[in-house]
Design a protein around this ligand. Structure first.
Ligand code: PPE
Length: 305
């Protein structure tokens, strides 16, 4: 999906013009994959643009940095305010927001200890991630030949730039095979997640989603979905899932900031009923919640002004 420029990008405490937000080719994190990042969305609400669970995303950015031993020079509150500035400056009613922290230019070699840490936040308009029909027609998944990262190799709970080599390999393989998205199994052979989404599977009337320990990112949408499901009276839990659980799922969906709630219609050419009733109910509530239309979830909506 092509990027449409917006006026300003926040870099190390300043708003700079979009075209000036450049880095040197010898930037440390470009060579070693040691950046940490977030994907956040702002939505139009009746009372102006608001960023969905902005504080929670910035807490996760801090946690990603902590996992890889990177000491961010800005706190959660600084990053929240900076994000609001970027969205406000963009003039956009809704936007995708990409904060990134990385080891900068000046040092080379594997040790990050002498490196500077730079932080940037950009936003731009971004539409449906898995296509406009993802909610209604659903997406086709293929189990990847690539294994999800192991906790003792590349910690999958940290949203590091390097981890997305794994996601990219799986995504391109799935697309070239004629599928929409890849399902990744962890080194133990259990389901972890997709390349940029958490997975929910219904079995015996209960919704289940693999936890962090299964190699999944601790998704903020996953958490929102679990809260919404509980409030709708749906039985929901984090749980290990085997490949067979997926093949005989009563319904299945993916969720993430970019993908929102996207139904799944098949995995490895085994049909899954789509969209299922829980998927539809949760998807509809989520779509209202992100726009500040559900009182109960008002705290999730962080206004720019
Ligand atoms: N797992 C992975 C691997 C992942 O990248 C994401 C977000 C999620 C789960 C869901 O997390 P959350 O957004 O907090 O619910 N993926 C982001 C990046 C996608 C990209 O193409 O880049 C996103 O959805 O913004």
């Amino acid at each position: 999906m092509p990027i449409t420029p917006t006026p300003k990008i926040w870099m190390n405490g300043e708003l700079v013009a979009w075209e000036d937000a450049k880095i040197h080719v010898l930037t440390h994190s470009l060579h070693y994959g040691t950046g940490v990042f977030e994907g956040i969305r702002a939505y139009e609400t009746a009372t102006g643009p608001a960023v969905f669970r902005l504080t929670d995303h910035m807490v996760r950015l801090q946690n990603s940095a902590k996992i890889i031993g990177m000491d961010l020079p800005y706190g959660v509150e600084d990053l929240v305010e900076a994000t609001k500035d970027v969205v406000r400056e963009s003039g956009l009613p809704s936007a995708y927001i990409r904060p990134i922290a990385y080891y900068g230019y000046g040092e080379m070699g594997l040790s990050t200890l002498p490196c500077s840490i730079d932080v940037a936040i950009a936003c731009w308009p971004w539409g449906a991630y898995l296509g406009d029909d993802a909610m209604t027609k659903g997406v086709r998944l293929k189990t990847s030949s690539w294994t999800r990262l192991d906790h003792n190799t590349m910690p999958p709970a940290a949203k590091t730039t390097g981890n997305y080599v794994n996601s990219t390999l799986a995504k391109v393989e799935a697309l070239k095979g004629g599928y929409d998205e890849a399902l990744l199994l962890n080194p133990q052979g259990m389901v972890s997640e997709c390349t940029g989404e958490n997975v929910f599977v219904a079995r015996h009337g209960k919704l289940l989603s693999p936890p962090l320990s299964a190699g999944a990112l601790e998704g903020i949408t996953q958490d929102s979905v679990m809260t919404i499901a509980r409030d709708l009276g749906i039985d929901v839990a984090l749980s290990e899932l085997a490949r067979s659980d997926v093949y005989i799922a009563e319904e299945m969906f993916l969720c993430g900031t970019a993908a929102e709630v996207s139904a799944v219609n098949s995995v490895d050419d085994r049909d899954i009923p789509c969209p299922g009733p829980m998927t539809t109910a949760i998807g509809e509530t989520y779509h209202r919640a992100i726009r500040g239309e559900v009182d109960r979830y008002k705290d999730w909506v962080e206004h720019v002004d």
